[in-house]
Design a protein around this ligand. Structure first.
Ligand code: GDP
Length: 440
C-alpha cells in the first residue's frame, strides 16, 4: 500500500539526517521533497502546497525542542498533519433507524456491489445485525445476479425485483420487506455508470429523496487518484453524502485519493476495501493510515486482526495435542488458514514497522502458503498425523502430487519438525526456562 509514496517521503527525511537542529533551509529542502512526493502520489496541487506550508510553520516554531532529532520531529509533524488531512478521528457509521437504511453510490466498477456485500458481512458478523441487501440496478441484469452471488456467499438475503424498472419503488418495497421480516439494516446497491452523467445522478437523487437513508456512502476506486476526488465532488454536490469508501487499496495505489478526498468534500473516509474477498474490509483510521504511509507500520491493526481470528477453543485443543505429541500436518494447515484469514501477506507485512522498507525488493506472493498447502494436501491422512512415516519414496510421491520439488517437501518437513520441537519445549517443564531465556 502506497509503497512509492512511503519510499519518497523516507528519502525526503534523509535530508535531515546528521543535522543537529531544524533550520529554515533544511526544513525547506525536506518539505520540497515531501511536496514532490505528494504530487507524485497524485495529491491535488493546492492540498500538497497547503500541507507543506502548515508543517513548515509548525517546524520552525519548534526549533527549541531538543529532545527529538530534527528528522524525527519532522516525521511526527508530517504524520500529525497527514492524520488531520485524512479526517483526524475515526468516523462511525449511523445505524440509528429501524431499519437503518444505507444507500450506496458511485461509478460502475468502483466496487459498490462488492463493498455492499463486505459491509453486510461486517455488520452481520461484527455488529450482530440482520442486514438485507437490495439490488437496485435496473439496467444490468448481471448486476442483480452478482449481488445474489455475494449474498449467497455471506448468507445474507438479497431483495430484487428483476421485472421492475423503477428503482425508487424497488428500494421502498425492500424497506417494507425489511420491516415485515425483522431486518434491522437495509443496504441499497444502486446502478452506476462509467462516468458521471445527469441521468444517473437524477436517478440516485430520486432514490435518495424517497428512502431518506441514515447513511449515504460514496464508493470510489482509490487507484483513480485525482479523478476519484473529482467524482466524489460531483456526487457530493447532488447527494451531500455522509462518508466515503475507498476500494482497491490493496492494489498499486499511489495514495492521492486517500490523502485528498476529505479536504475536498469535507466528508470522512469511513471504510476501505483491501481485496476482492468478503473479509477484505477495514475501518478507516486516519492516524493508522498516516503511520502506514510513513512506513511506520500499523501494529495496532495487526494485533486486532490476530485477536479477531483467535479462537480460544481451538487454542486449547491445540495445546492438548502438543502436550500429547499429536501435533500433525492437519493442525499445521489449520494454523495457516487462521493466518490467511488475517489478510494477504503483502498487507500484513505492511503493518509491521519498517518491514515494508526492509522487504521492498522481496517478491511476496499474495498466496505465500500456496506450496505448503499443496504439499500437505498431497499427503495421506496417516502421513499428516504421523509425519515420521514419510520416507524418501513417500516424499517423491508427495512432491509429484503437489507439483513441487522434493527439496520443497524436505524443507517443509524440516520446518515442521523444528516447529513441533519448539512448541514441545514451550509446553514442557523446560518451558519456563525457555520463556525466561526469551525474556518473558
Ligand atoms: P460495481 O460496478 O461498483 O458494483 O463494482 P464491483 O463490486 O462489481 O467491483 C468491480 C471489480 O473490482 C470487481 O472485479 C471486484 O472484484 C473488484 N474489487 C472490488 N473491491 C475491491 C478491492 O477492495 N480490491 C480489489 N483488488 N478489487 C476489488
Amino acid at each position: 500500500m502506497f509503497d512509492n509514496l512511503s519510499d519518497k517521503l523516507d528519502k525526503a527525511f534523509h535530508i535531515l539526517k546528521g543535522h543537529g537542529k531544524i533550520t529554515e533551509v533544511n526544513v525547506a529542502d525536506t518539505l520540497k521533497e515531501v511536496r514532490r512526493a505528494l504530487l507524485d502520489a497524485d495529491v491535488n496541487f493546492k492540498i500538497a502546497k497547503d500541507f507543506t506550508t502548515k508543517v513548515k510553520e509548525k517546524a520552525i516554531g519548534q526549533d527549541v525542542l531538543t529532545t527529538l532529532q530534527p528528522g524525527q520531529l519532522l516525521v511526527k509533524l508530517v504524520k500529525d498533519e497527514l492524520t488531520e488531512l485524512m479526517g483526524g478521528d475515526v468516523a462511525g457509521i449511523n445505524l440509528s433507524g429501524t431499519p437503518s437504511v444505507i444507500l450506496m453510490s458511485g461509478l460502475q466498477g468502483s466496487g459498490k456491489t462488492t463493498f455492499s456485500g463486505k459491509l453486510a458481512n461486517f455488520l452481520k458478523t461484527k455488529k450482530n445485525k440482520k442486514p438485507l441487501l437490495v439490488a437496485c440496478d435496473i439496467y444490468r441484469p448481471a448486476a442483480i445476479n452478482q449481488l445474489h452471488v455475494v449474498g449467497d456467499q455471506i448468507g445474507v438475503e438479497v431483495y430484487s425485483e428483476p421485472d421492475n424498472k423503477n428503482p425508487v419503488e424497488i428500494a421502498q418495497n425492500a424497506i417494507k420487506h425489511a420491516k415485515a421480516n425483522g431486518f434491522n439494516v437495509v443496504i441499497v446497491d444502486t446502478a452506476g455508470r462509467l462516468a458521471v452523467d445527469q441521468e444517473m445522478m437524477d436517478e440516485i437523487a430520486r432514490v435518495h429523496k424517497a428512502i431518506q437513508p441514515q447513511e449515504t456512502l460514496f464508493v470510489v476506486d482509490a487507484m483513480t487518484g485525482q479523478d476519484a476526488v473529482n467524482t466524489a465532488k460531483a456526487f457530493n454536490d447532488i447527494l451531500n453524502f455522509d462518508g466515503v469508501i475507498l476500494t482497491k487499496l490493496d492494489g498499486d495505489t499511489r495514495g492521492g485519493a486517500a490523502i485528498s478526498i476529505k479536504s475536498v468534500v469535507n466528508k470522512p473516509i469511513k471504510f476501505v476495501g483491501t481485496g476482492e474477498k468478503m473479509e477484505a474490509i477495514d475501518v478507516f483510521y486516519p492516524d493508522r493510515m498516516a503511520e502506514r504511509i510513513l512506513g511506520m507500520g500499523d501494529v495496532v491493526s495487526l494485533v486486532e486482526r490476530a485477536q479477531e481470528q483467535f479462537d480460544e477453543e481451538e487454542a486449547r485443543k491445540l495445546q492438548k495435542k502438543i502436550a500429547k505429541n499429536e501435533f500433525g500436518f492437519d493442525d499445521f494447515l489449520t494454523q495457516i488458514q487462521q493466518v490467511k484469514k488475517m489478510g494477504n501477506m503483502k498487507d500484513l507485512v505492511g503493518m509491521i514497522p519498517g518491514a515494508s522498507k526492509a522487504m521492498k525488493d522481496v517478491e511476496i506472493e499474495d498466496d505465500a502458503f500456496k506450496h505448503i498447502e499443496a504439499i500437505i494436501h498431497s499427503m495421506t491422512p496417516i502421513e499428516r498425523s504421523k509425519p515420521a512415516i514419510i520416507d524418501v519414496k513417500r516424499k517423491a510421491r508427495i512432491a509429484k502430487g503437489s507439483g513441487t520439488k522434493v527439496e520443497q517437501v524436505n524443507q517443509l518437513m524440516k520446518q515442521f519438525d523444528q516447529m513441533s520441537k519448539m512448541m514441545k519445549m514451550m509446553q514442557g517443564p523446560g518451558g519456563k526456562n525457555l520463556m525466561k531465556m526469551m525474556g518473558g
